[in-house]
Design a protein around this ligand. Structure first.
Ligand code: NAD
Ligand code: MG
Length: 395
């Protein structure tokens, strides 16, 4: 058997759903991978508990006010783990010798800075944080190409496509890439039936167990819209070669059609540990803890067209992708503000697409070739959508 140098992995968003899956796979291969850096947003206690279990060299909390609690908690637990706080500290660890592999699993545009730092540093980048690609896909992929960073997509659809292509570049022989979508908890409902749905119903995804923001995005189909833009950047394909198909069983994770009429697909149980194991081991295969797929137990694979009337977020994402420039940044920022307000019970479900549509209409796309221009569009869309919330507040 081949021997491997021990790889030091930074898990960003360690206390989240993807973070837990990544740490599970890492712990299955103690001689081959170790978590050397763990980072989280605000949950200090959960981060300390993970440090007790995984004994990383460094722990980073985004919230600078929590630094002392983290430092003292690590010391009280008798750990040698060094405490850090804030984005600059995280970016420095991601760029430095403290890790050679980065799992980018922070939720939202908050993950952009560390994703970019990893892309510039020539690390292996297991990219789950799709929002950073929607916001600044060209900058991230350009930085990765310049530094020799290998990006392995972790989003299950993009990981499936990556496995079918065995590469991150779709060549001219690829005629179409089809992203599958579960359809979320409200598949089959009409638009007027969605007005009263609750937070609890929206986050109860039928097939995947995920963090709250992406669960709501799956319910509105914005998740698939963000994934179209993500695929566009990752695989270098325009919208004419991209398609979406609803597949309620969530067993076929995406498909690639070639010019000779062949279609390749990747199938598996809906468990993110498969994608993470692909990312860690590639081009080798390593155990993930996920069992094989017994098709006799899942004899039915169904497909249907998405309903963009009931779920306008998918259409809005297509339009933002076509408009290009700052439009995807505006789409993403308005959506983050709207989803967070929905999760707090402040607005109804149908206000999410309405607020995104208003932001796109009010802030027409301008060319965006710098990070500053994209961050300015992001900030402007957040301010605008925050103000527009007033017109949507639930009684
Ligand atoms: P989650 O809400 O479960 O976890 C988010 C993590 O990010 C937490 O550890 C949180 O502490 C951390 N975080 C939040 N803000 C931060 C900040 N400012 N700085 C540092 N850390 C911060 O979310 P999740 O479901 O694990 O999703 C993470 C990312 O992966 C998202 O971009 C999501 O779209 C993507 N993704 C998730 C899944 C899934 O199955 N969960 C599938 C595909 C893609
Ligand atoms: Mg996905």
């Amino acid at each position: 058997m081949a021997t491997h140098a021990l790889r030091n992995v930074a898990v960003l968003g360690a206390t989240g759903s993807i973070g837990a899956s990544a740490l599970d796979v890492i712990a299955r291969h103690p001689g081959r991978y170790r978590a050397s850096v763990l980072a989280a947003g605000q949950s200090v206690d959960a981060l300390i508990a993970l440090c007790v279990a995984h004994r990383p060299d460094h722990a980073v909390i985004a919230d600078e006010e929590s630094y002392l609690r983290l430092r003292d908690g690590l010391a009280d637990a008798g750990l040698p783990t060094q405490a850090h706080a804030g984005t600059p500290a995280l970016d420095a660890l991601v760029s430095g010798p403290e890790c050679d592999t980065v799992v980018a699993a922070i939720v939202g545009a908050a993950g952009l800075s560390s994703t970019l730092a990893a892309a510039r540093a020539g690390k292996r980048l297991l990219l789950a944080n799709k929002e950073s690609l929607v916001l600044a896909g060209e900058l991230v992929t350009r930085a990765a190409d310049a530094s020799g960073t290998e990006i392995i997509p972790i989003d299950s659809e993009h990981n499936a496509i990556f496995q079918c292509l065995r590469s991150r570049q779709a060549q001219g022989d690829v005629s179409r890439i089809v992203l599958t979508a579960s359809g979320g908890p409200f598949r089959g409902r009409r638009r007027d039936e969605l007005a009263q749905v609750t937070r609890e119903q929206a986050v109860a995804h039928p097939k995947w167990s995920m963090g709250p923001k992406i669960s709501v995005d799956s319910a509105t189909l914005m998740n698939k819209g963000l994934e179209l833009i993500e695929a566009h950047h990752l695989f270098g394909v325009g919208r004419e070669r991209l398609d979406v198909l609803v597949h309620p069983q969530s067993l076929v994770h995406s498909l690639v059609e070639f010019v000779d009429g062949s279609t390749l697909a990747q199938l598996g149980l809906p468990d993110m540990r498969t994608s993470l194991a692909v990312g860690l081991g590639w081009p080798e295969r390593i155990a993930s803890g996920v069992g094989g797929l017994d098709l006799l137990r899942h004899p039915r694979l169904e497909f249907e067209a998405p309903d963009t009337d009931a779920f306008p977020c998918l259409r809005l994402a297509w339009e933002a992708m076509a408009a290009g420039g700052t439009a995807p940044a505006v789409l993403n920022a308005a959506n983050e503000v709207a989803v967070s307000a929905f999760l707090q019970g402040r607005i109804g479900f149908l206000s999410i697409p309405a607020l995104v549509e208003d932001a796109l209409a009010a802030l027409p796309a301008t060319p965006a070739d710098s990070l500053d221009a994209l961050l300015a569009a992001d900030a402007q869309a957040r301010r605008l959508t925050d103000r527009n919330l007033a017109g949507h507040l639930s009684p």
